[in-house]
Design a protein around this ligand. Structure first.
Ligand SMILES: C[C@H](O)[C@H](O)[C@H]1CNC2=NC(N)=NC(=O)C2=N1
Length: 110
């Protein structure tokens, strides 16, 4: 199987089923420091920095990746942090696209 970070997102269609809990658990092991929300619909990683400019850079990097992949993160940032979250709106939960984007972001910051 190709590593997640080398895969490309496919267009999300409304009604796409979300991944099951077992697949989510397995795919999480391929990521660095991402946490699953309590309701199982979202993965997030918090990046910490000393200052504001780096947090803005991180937000821009996540936005750039989302545009490249056609799959878009939710991003919150402020002084010292940037919180990036992925969920698939069209599925109402997690799909492979979320894990591909998370792995790609991991690779970009590694
Ligand atoms: C047509 C296009 O692929 C869809 O509107 C995409 C765009 N980006 C998206 N991003 C996310 N996170 N979830 C979606 O369901 C989604 N849908």
């Amino acid at each position: 199987m190709t590593a997640l970070a080398n895969r490309t997102c496919t267009a999300c269609k409304d009604g796409t089923p979300p991944l099951g809990a077992d697949d989510v658990k397995r795919m999480l092991t391929e990521l660095n420091d991402w946490t699953l929300s309590d309701d199982g619909t979202t993965i997030s990683r918090r990046f910490e920095f000393k200052g504001f400019a780096k947090a803005v850079e991180m937000a821009n990097l996540a936005a750039w990746l989302g545009n490249k992949q056609g799959h878009h993160p939710d991003v919150a940032f402020g002084w010292g942090y940037c919180l990036v979250s992925f969920t698939t709106h069209a599925a109402g939960g997690l799909t492979e696209n979320d894990f591909i984007c998370a792995a790609r972001l991991d690779a970009l910051v590694a």
